[in-house]
Ligand binder design. Sequence first.
Ligand code: ADP
Ligand code: MG
Length: 602
Amino acid sequence: MQIRYLPETLINQIAAGEVVERPSAAVKELIENALDAGASAIDIDIFEGGKEKIIINDNGCGMDKEDLVAALDRHATSKLPGDDLLNISHLGFRGEALASISSVAKVSIQTHDSKGGESWQITCEGGKKSGIMPCAHPKGTRVEVKDLFYATPARLKFQKSERAEYGAVKDIVTRLAMVNPQVAFKLTHNGDRKLHLPAMLEGRARLSSILGRDFGENSMDIEAHRENITLTGFASLPTYHRGSSTFQYMFVNGRTVKDKLLHGCIRAAYADVLHRDRHPVVALFLDLPSDEVDVNVHPAKAEVRFRDAQSVRSLIINALKQAIHHHGQITATSNTDITMRTFRPSSYTSSGPSLPLSRSSQKAVPMQYQQHHMADSGGNTAFALAPQARADEIPGVIETPEIDQKIEQYPLGAARAQLHENYIVAQTTQGMVIIDQHAAHERLVYEKFKNQIAENGIEKQGLLTPEIIELDDTQSSKLLEHAETLNKLGLEIEPFGNGALAVQSVPVLLGHKINIKRLVYDLVDEVLDRDTAQTLEERINHILSTMACHGSVRSGRRMNIPEMNALLRQMEETPLSGQCNHGRPTYISLSLKEIEKLFSRS
Ligand code: ADP
Ligand code: MG
């Protein structure tokens, strides 16, 4: 077989498979070019999910005649003035996007050379360039890409549905808009306007306009520094979560990235407060010197590699954890919104019961309820007033004098009643809260378990005969780097020669039936993949959380007022008490204002 050099067009088509594997990837490259050209407004129009046509219009610096010709050549870039790959200040630098796209599609570019004052146009179909021609183009650059992949039928066949492609385009425009709030973005699909984002000074405003006001109201500010690494952004309260991690936006030095390590950090930080299947919404911006990060790992530049991954990891996890702890007692306002909607007076709907109730019937319910509880609570003072209460008295006068006097010190207020054996109703200075007693207690028990472990360590069970696990050298030495951490968690491992490991002890918590091999293999995978050994900690926390669930006051238990108050006071002192271990809120609150609104008083 004879070796031959591949023709330029074929090389570009092969590269196109990586750089622009789908329409959204082309859109990303073209928008990044517009951003690199200093545009302050970018219009994106796509048809059939971008498969039929993509038009990007910017008001950037444009190109002169020579550059327009060179722009379509492979490895021709204006963005790498030196030969230093460690010093990258633009989004582009590989000089292959336009060459790749124009090798597999029909591209036409019009641009205005702001220095020379002329406008030029070029087309390129399946890698064949036309001559350059003068044209009328007012400012910036317009790139039109038609029939993407028409020149590579194999790739064309594998295109996804119009809807999927449109979704991916919208996602990428969204991401680029988040990290460039000062640039105006417009997106249309088949002529319908989809996004319209005016230029903004401030990142948060842009995020709110993209992710919704709900996110704005239910997110925590994140800001952390370590040496020369800075992390800023917003992360949702643990009670505001989604069913997938799609809404986690990560940026490194202004580049949008989808990086396993970074997503792992988010998962780790929320592991304690969110069920595994639920995902927080975050937008995080990581900035670090360009020689600390390699953005050249992936042709589409979606993955990055950090020089000091451990440091980046702990910065992100700690910052998120700290914010979660700081906001631990707040639950998402969107829950209150739901309450508000549920509480809408039924008189507004035709099917609802007729209002108003007679005065006496309004009071009868709570009265009976209070008396019912008297027997139970051993006649404690809190309920003592109830039997004597006259019909014209307001039923809210059940008092807990000590708490009422200092109520402003107690965010969760004074317990007034228990409903349906699970919901505690408490009065606060601001309004009222309803506490889910089971969820609240679950969190308290879980935190207690964790505290005990922090104090006394995790109890280990020594194995009579150590379990030997065959691994290869790199795997076992990688895992042994984490031996100390694992030991603290109760898993003792030692080298056993030839890459094998001996497991000497396991955490008692994991029970007798634990599959040690499986656990070690999982740990190896994780260590190789993400350079951490969290699996074990996650498993232990998962078990603690299950134990906590079983050890908690189940709903259905009656509590008297002092018991309820004790629970509220404990919640106030416990970190993260705003949600149970599964991210469900432990309480909801309604302010007096909201209550007044519900009764149309304001
Ligand atoms: P890269 O962005 O990696 O340099 P591209 O193939 O995407 O490679 O673009 C090649 C060159 O074309 C860029 O370096 C830039 O000089 C020029 N160019 C591309 N798009 C634009 C644009 N919208 N405005 C001005 N110049 C552009
Ligand atoms: Mg580019």
